[in-house]
Design a protein around this ligand. Structure first.
Ligand code: ADP
Length: 374
């Protein structure tokens, strides 16, 4: 575990970049440092690998002051990834990735084999191995940066705004890739960003810093959204806090209705028995086709062109309440369509039922935080 213990960093010109900061960074998870520009995120990250030394306080790695470890040994145990990847422009992709293993004295062949394996790990095609960084897209360069940092298999990965210079679509891909990679590798990752959404997506724990290098709040993302410590954190979290929080509530417990689901050609009797104003019509395999009004004659036999579109569907147990609510809001009937992973309808659920589930989830959340049964 990395422990930052009451650390202050005052630069020679008197700037206090970090002010009595204490953080316990858990092993094998992603801890995000987030906050506005100039609040001391980069300084904090560099205190961990001793690129910056504290003015006061200590940084401990597995209980030992990092100052007691030789800098070279310390840095080899910590991969470092920065914005724009910081690649060596005159070296090929494969040689960039093999840099640290080569420094550690690995043979050329073994280092290259390791680099090729890492290219695959981070989703880079092997055909890119001989290219130079300028021949890659921003997203590809960033992947090379991550592969290079992982080359010697360090237990710790320090990442400073690694995805800030790429466009939103590529960025989302890189975030998903990092989460997938982390599932496989289980590194201790400290990740700096100024983007609160990125912090919420990636962080197991999120430290919100404010100007002057002071800690505003340190909590799991769901707790930040539920319970911002003060007006600064609330403001920094931005709008839609309530809706975004629904991402952390599972849709698994939603009560689904199957009464209102009919197969195309089911017949008038089956339609009359349904207990909802709209019926979801499915094809013979159970895949959704669209909505029909129940009192419309021959509702189950309407052609797809006369059905109301069902919008999008959600998979209970996989998707969150946020997705379920989005489906209901998008649906012209106000009901959301639940499907299994094969796309077959398992039931429908009204906005009202989703709203009740949200209230129940809030009550459970409050009880959990208070440490009592709901
Ligand atoms: P962030 O990463 O949150 O943008 P930094 O850690 O880079 O913040 O900087 C925190 C504060 O320390 C800023 O006011 C910055 O100008 C100042 N700072 C950073 N590096 C130095 C330095 N080498 N000398 C003096 N001031 C610095």
């Amino acid at each position: 575990m990395i422990r930052i213990d009451s650390v202050t960093k005052r630069y020679p010109d008197g700037t206090v970049a970090v002010d009595r900061l204490s953080l316990e960074i858990p092993d094998r998870s992603i801890t995000v440092l987030v906050g506005p520009s100039g609040c001391g995120k980069t300084t904090t990250l560099r205190l961990i690998n001793r690129m910056v030394e504290p003015t006061e306080g200590t940084v401990l790695l597995d209980g030992e002051d990092v100052r007691r470890r030789p800098v070279t040994t310390l840095r080899r145990s910590m991969g470092y990834v920065i914005q724009n990847a910081g690649l060596f422009q005159h070296r090929t992709v494969i040689d960039n990735i093999a840099t640290v293993p080569r420094m550690l004295g690995w043979g050329r062949r073994r280092a290259r084999e390791r680099a090729a394996e890492l290219m695959e790990r981070v989703g880079l095609d092997n055909s890119l191995a001989k290219r130079y960084p300028y021949q890659l897209s921003g997203g590809q360069q960033q992947r090379v940066g991550v592969a290079r940092a992982l080359a010697a298999d360090p237990p710790v990965l320090l990442m400073d705004e690694p995805f800030s210079a790429v466009d939103p679509v590529v960025r989302k891909g890189l975030q998903e890739e990092l989460l997938r990679l982390q599932d496989e590798l289980g590194k201790t990752i400290v990740f700096v960003t100024h983007d609160i959404d990125e912090a919420i997506i990636l962080g197991t724990m999120v430290a919100v810093l404010r100007e002057g290098g002071r800690l505003a709040q340190y909590a799991p993302p769901a707790e930040l959204l539920a319970d911002p410590a003060d007006a600064f954190v609330e403001d920094f979290l931005g709008t839609d806090r309530g809706i975004r929080r629904l991402s952390f509530f599972p849709s698994a417990g939603l009560e689904l209705t199957t009464d209102a689901v009919v197969r195309a050609g089911a017949g008038a009797e089956r339609v009359a028995a349904a207990d909802a104003p709209h019926l979801l019509v499915t094809d013979a395999e159970g895949r959704p086709l669209g909505w029909a009004a129940r009192d419309e004659p021959g509702a189950a036999d309407l052609g797809t062109d006369r059905l109301l579109p069902y919008g999008r569907s959600f998979v209970p147990g996989v998707d969150s309440l946020r997705v379920a609510l989005d489906c209901a809001v998008l649906s012209p009937t106000g009901w959301a369509v639940a499907v299994d992973t094969g796309g077959r309808v398992t039931g429908v659920v009204s906005q009202q039922t989703i709203a009740e589930a949200i209230r129940a989830a809030h009550a459970r959340g409050r009880a959990d935080r208070a440490g009592v049964a709901p």
